[in-house]
Design a protein around this ligand. Structure first.
Ligand code: SF4
Length: 382
């Protein structure tokens, strides 16, 4: 994260151990049901536990027992301040995915250690900040990719085990029925749709706002100093700013263009009770967003488009394709409001010859309008 770590004095280590216990006590006093001790992802506890980062040779370093002393003392301090009748779970990475870091083999011993030191459940994740691609994995990682490694942990201990990692309702159900975990944690999926568990329970799977794994507005926003939201669910983090109450005087709304902006605007207007029609000039919905779903591993973008339209239809939104909106169309339609959502226009390289027939746009290839062949030069690596 751009800062150079330094080794803490032994005195400072003991001071911080006490602060973990103090924090748990305050959480209990504030009415929390429990705390999770975060020993995953390269945070401080993980740094002490890891052969990758712990180069101490005092009581908090060296062999396995030395490296585990920091979490052990934290567990003891927390228990001494909150008692036994308060949930304390422990989160750790079963594989740090860094050279010289902990792998599953030693993580089985970590799991047993945490159980012995009174953890009530284990929350099994992976990676450190040096292997970030595994913490918020891209859609190229399959749903529930951690489940079988988590099973090794589950078979090692007698306390409940929580598994996390790009689960969807189906892969989560599989992990539970294959006895890979006792609980499934939904991270970004909960940011996209906080009602996900209830919708699964009520068998409303098609109404789940899908997380497409883009990481743009959740984690991406945090790293540029903004508060968390979601690319597919802009209400996340803005719940009070945009109340979703039904309107008293519905309007006739015409949405021009069916990219994500137009589809989301139409969906929200429909949910609020307006009479909404989306008009798209192409034969299919989605605009450039649809084309973005075509390369391998990008299929989840299409699930977002399906969500917009299927939930929009349930809210009365009408969708029209193959129709170009003209002045006459608007006059005849007579809307109260027109939402212009025709999207962006791809930029053209300012070089001689760019209008030559042999120069084609990537979007035309994705859409199947052009089949490239022969000696091909690709300009741009996005
Ligand atoms: S911005 Fe939303 S859709 Fe994208 S990864 Fe984050 S939660 Fe998922």
């Amino acid at each position: 994260m751009g800062s150079i770590p330094e080794q803490m004095s032994n005195e400072r280590v003991w001071e911080i151990i006490g602060q973990f216990g103090d924090a748990a006590r305050r959480a209990k006093e504030a009415g929390a049901d429990g705390v999770e001790v975060h020993g995953a992802h390269g945070y401080m506890i993980a740094q002490f536990m890891s052969t990758h980062s712990n180069k101490r040779f005092d009581e908090f370093g060296g062999d396995f027992n030395g490296r585990m002393k920091f979490p052990q003392e934290i567990f003891k301090d927390i228990r001494s301040k909150v008692g036994d009748d308060f949930t304390m779970t422990f989160r750790f990475s079963y594989d740090e995915k860094v050279h010289g870091g902990r792998t599953l083999e030693e993580s089985l011993s970590v799991a047993k250690m945490a159980e012995e030191y009174t953890a009530d459940a284990l929350h099994v994740s992976m990676m450190t900040y040096a292997s970030m691609q595994y913490m918020s994995p891209t859609p190229a990682m399959p749903a529930g990719f951690n489940q079988f490694q988590t099973k090794f942990i589950k078979d090692t201990v007698d306390i409940p085990v929580i598994s996390v990692g790009r689960y969807d309702p189906h892969s989560g159900e599989n992990a539970l029925s294959n006895n890979c975990a006792d609980f499934i944690a939904f991270g970004r999926s909960s940011i996209a749709d906080p009602d996900l568990p209830n919708k699964v329970k009520e068998n409303r799977l098609s109404e789940i706002i899908p997380c497409i794994g883009c990481t743009q507005s959740c984690i991406g926003y945090i790293f540029v100093g903004k508060s968390t939201s979601c690319l597919i669910n802009p209400l996340t983090g803005n719940e009070l700013k945009y109340p979703m109450d039904k309107v008293e005087d519905p309007k006739k709304v015409l949405v021009v263009g069916s990219g994500p902006a137009g589809l989301e605007a139409a969906l929200v207007a429909g949910q609020k009770g307006h009479d909404v029609t989306v008009v798209e000039k192409d034969a299919q919905f989605g605009g450039q967003f649809r084309l973005a779903s075509i390369p391998p591993t990008k299929h989840e973008i299409a699930t977002a488009l399906k969500y917009y339209v299927s939930v929009g239809q349930k809210n009365g939104v009408k969708y029209v394709t193959d129709t170009e909106v003209t002045k006459e169309y608007v006059e005849q339609f007579a809307p109260d409001t027109v939402i212009l959502a025709t999207g962006g226009v791809p930029s053209k390289l300012p070089i001689n010859g760019v209008d030559n027939d042999m120069v084609v746009d990537a979007l035309d290839i994705l859409d199947g309008n052009v089949t490239p062949g022969g000696n091909v030069l690709v300009i741009g690596g996005g």
